[in-house]
Write a protein that binds this ligand. Structure first.
Ligand SMILES: [Zn+2]
Length: 196
């Protein structure tokens, strides 16, 4: 009996060890597998995106980069020290704040241009909210009330709402006018925002 126990204890750690070895072997192989792309800028951006999450401080608007493993530790804003909202929930902004975030965000920015009188916009709102939260840190989702900030519609030539504009590295990568079914909308977002 005592021998059996000893074997069990000895046998415990190795059952986890091979799994860890397999993961690290896979990681090093995948890095070795693409040496030319390893020093490529896009590859580096992709790697950063895997480990760093970006959150906009609701209080001061600063963009904060937080290591993925620290997201659950109630991070605070590096600028104003307020608790960061790491839920990924959409944030309402005005025209100048929109331009500032789009120009400086290290992650893609999805903009929902809406108005209170627009029925499809109200239908889209919970869909956008779910999508934003499930991609928290990897995507910044902003909302612009087109009645309050008509200059946004003018600047981006938006003629119908709801309009969804996807910005990557400061430029518009795609736009979708009108609400899509949720699954199709998620594919649209991921196709433009999260693709390497
Ligand atoms: Zn702040």
């Amino acid at each position: 009996m005592r021998l059996e126990m000893t074997l069990l204890f000895d046998g415990g750690p190795p059952s986890t060890r091979p799994r860890r070895r397999a993961v690290s072997r896979f990681a090093s192989r995948s890095l070795r597998g693409r040496p030319s792309r390893g020093i490529d800028g896009t590859e580096i951006v992709h790697k950063l995106r895997c480990t760093m999450h970006t959150f906009r401080c609701v209080q001061c608007g600063a963009l904060n980069r937080v290591p993925e493993k620290r997201v659950a530790q109630k991070p605070i804003c590096g600028q104003c020290k307020a608790r960061l909202d790491v839920s990924g929930a959409p944030q309402e902004v005005d025209a100048s704040e929109l331009e500032r975030v789009v120009a400086s965000s290290p992650v893609p920015v999805l903009v929902d241009v809406w108005a209170p009188w627009c029925g499809p916009c109200r239908l889209a709102s919970p869909v956008v909210g779910r999508l934003a939260k499930s991609r928290a840190g990897l995507l910044i989702v902003l909302k612009v009330n087109s009645d309050q900030h008509p200059e946004v519609s003018a600047k981006h030539r938006i003629s119908g709402i709801p309009a969804f504009l996807m910005f990557r590295r400061g430029v518009e990568a795609a736009r979708q006018v009108g609400l899509l079914p949720e699954a199709a909308f998620a594919r649209w977002v991921d196709g433009f925002a999260l693709a390497a």
